[in-house]
Write a protein that binds this ligand. Structure first.
Ligand code: AGP
Length: 604
């Protein structure tokens, strides 16, 4: 997730901006920059990598007296992590920083370039400052030009813009990406994309609402709503605890990241869905020329995402798909053919086993693709092509939102390949895309659901083990649920195909054996139901998750009646994540940093 800071006042603007960016480091980034306007003179600095690099670059830059300044930490989504792509982005006499994704940036960029504008970066953000200066030339009023620019943007954005045309003012706009402004008794104004940078500087903050835009100067704070009406700021007191602020008030980063999934999936899909097709501007269709098989390779949760994808690729894209656990694939002398597209999946892009299989595939002459959350990671740099999941930094060691974005991206990629291969009719692709658009709603965590799982979790703190069971694509989800529970509660759990229970594991069935049963309405319901009834008949303790009432379970968690099994998948994913979270919290474990685990396993 990118970070934004801004300042209007007389203190040391450079230090305030750099300190603010430091408070946003927890959000993850790969480059950073600031721009300061004082006495109608700009100074701007950018650096890739950690903030210390930016601090080094600015060490001789001293700010004193009144200034306006903006700063940004960037998590790459459009364009590699380079200084040119780092924010702030310059027009002629204006700088802008931006969080979010400008969906119509290609159109705007094309028009601007045709009018002679020279672009320096690959980012979507740069169109904002050039569009503003285009409007300023015709309107001769900075605020009107800014307002017109905002109205021409589509997508999600939190924007700060400074310009010599109004050199004591910061213009702001908020649509879909968070931002707030803080004030204090000294008349200073602070902006940030989350409240931690404001703690200790501001007493009162105004959290902007979608559609808000306006400007701040030493004298005033003017906010306008989407309909152009001026609105009074709504100030609230600022929390004083930085760590809880970083967790946005959640108990653990993992909990925050479960709740973030709905918003994050919007980013994952942003700019990639039209009503009739999937658009990946990071890859070329020729990547799939002559490809007759897809081989997916990963570890842990990413392996579960790969296994989920295999069902979708074969069902919808009608392409042979195989899935490998990287640590096994490395040493079994596999047969690889050049008509296979080798796809590695990794949140970190640094997992040693997965990275080694990527090297094996490249050495064997296969075309390679990586699905990854970290641009410029080893796997992204090594593979022939990459698609970023845009999950933002995932602080919890137990992966949640990364998994959600991986499965969503694979669903999208399946439709992309299905269209290429003519494997799905246009109407079906349109229907599937309409289902994809419902995924964010499927990921919303309701208080009712979370409270129910909190209550229910007290019954599952012991026993001699858990089975998570599911059929078809719900089998990898069962594996993922079992892994989540193992990782953070340290209780034994296995994911198992429902149909396999009678081939041995059912011997374990007794009241101390806890079964979490995934019973989707739209995929093999009757068969899954009978598998669960076999366990119930042997007195196993069962927690059933389904949209359909199931009275042979000891606990029942109802999910929504969905249009399709994939929406059931995402609702059940949230349930199994919350079950693990609440059991682990009851056991008093460190949910975010479980014993023996690392966020990225960069060794064998
Ligand atoms: C998942 O909760 C674990 N943290 C772990 O299994 C992880 O998915 C695995 O180590 C792979 O990591 P990667 O996605 O960064 O390659």
């Amino acid at each position: 997730m990118c970070g934004i800071v801004g300042y209007v006042g007389k203190k040391n603007t450079k230090e305030i901006l750099l300190d603010g960016l430091k408070e946003l480091e927890y959000r993850g980034y790969d480059s950073a920059g600031i721009a300061v306007l004082s006495n109608n003179k700009f100074e701007s600095f950018k650096a890739i990598g950690k903030l210390v690099n930016l601090q080094e670059k600015t060490k001789d830059f001293i700010t004193e007296g009144f200034a306006v300044g903006i700063g940004h930490t960037r998590w790459a989504t459009h364009g590699k992590p380079t200084e040119l792509n780092a924010h702030p982005h310059l027009g002629e006499n204006s700088y802008v920083v931006h969080n979010g994704i400008i969906e119509n940036y290609s159109t705007l960029k094309k028009e601007l370039m045709e009018s002679g504008v020279q672009f320096l970066s690959q980012t979507d953000t740069e169109v904002i400052v050039h569009q503003f200066e285009k409007n300023l030339k015709s309107m001769h009023n900075a605020f009107e030009a800014f307002r017109a620019t905002i109205q021409e943007l589509e997508g999600a954005f939190a924007i700060l813009l400074v310009t010599k045309a109004e050199d004591k003012t910061i213009f702001f706009a908020k649509q879909g990406s968070p931002m707030l402004v803080g004030i204090n008794a000294e008349g200073e104004k602070y902006f940030a994309s989350s409240d931690t940078p404001l703690i200790g500087h501001c007493t009162d903050v105004n959290y902007f609402e979608d559609g808000d835009y306006g400007f701040v100067s030493a004298e005033e704070l003017s906010i306008f709503s989407k309909d152009g009406e001026k609105k009074a700021p709504h100030f609230s007191k600022l929390s004083t605890d930085k760590l809880s602020a970083q967790k946005d008030g959640y108990r653990f980063f993992m909990e925050k990241e479960i709740y973030e999934q709905s918003d994050v999936i919007v980013d994952t899909m942003m700019g990639r869905l039209s009503d009739e097709e999937i658009l990946f501007d990071e890859i070329d269709k020729s990547l799939f020329d002559g490809i007759h098989e897809i081989k997916l390779c990963a570890c842990g949760t990413s392996y579960h995402a790969a296994l989920s994808a295999s069902y979708l690729f074969e069902r919808y894209a009608k392409i042979k798909t195989s899935v490998e656990i990287a640590s096994e694939f490395r040493y079994r002398e596999p047969i690889m053919t050049k008509d296979t597209l080798f796809v590695v999946i990794s949140q970190s892009g640094e997992t040693a086993d997965t990275l080694e299989t990527l090297k094996m595939a490249k050495k064997a002459g296969l075309r390679t693709l990586v699905i990854c959350n970290v641009d410029n990671s080893s796997m992204v740099r090594l593979s022939d092509a990459s698609i970023l999941t845009r999950a933002g930094i995932e602080k919890g060691v137990a992966s949640t939102k990364a998994f959600a974005t991986q499965v969503t991206l694979f669903w999208m990629l399946t439709l992309y390949v299905a269209k290429l291969r003519g494997a799905l009719k246009k109407e079906e692709i349109i229907r599937q895309i309409s289902l994809l658009r419902e995924v964010p709603a499927s990921l919303i965590v309701t208080d009712e659901l979370h409270e129910k799982i909190k209550r229910l979790s007290k019954r599952y703190l012991h026993g001699h083990g858990f089975f998570f069971i599911g059929r078809d694509i719900f089998f990898p989800l069962a594996l993922e649920g079992a892994l989540k529970l193992k990782e953070i509660s340290y209780l034994h759990a296995e994911g198992y195909p429902s149909g396999e229970m009678k081939h041995g594991p059912i011997a374990l069935a007794d009241p101390e054996l806890f079964t979490i049963a995934l019973l989707p309405q739209h995929l093999l319901y009757e068969k899954s139901k009978s598998n669960v009834e076999e366990l119930s008949a042997r007195d196993s303790t069962i927690c059933a998750i389904s949209p359909l009432e199931f009275n042979k379970a000891d606990d029942f968690i109802k999910i929504s009646t969905c249009r399709d099994y994939m929406l059931e998948f995402f609702e059940m994913m949230v349930v199994v994540q919350l079950i693990s979270l609440e059991i682990s919290i009851r056991l008093g474990n460190d949910v975010d940093m479980p014993r023996n685990l690392a966020k990225s396993v960069t060794v064998e």
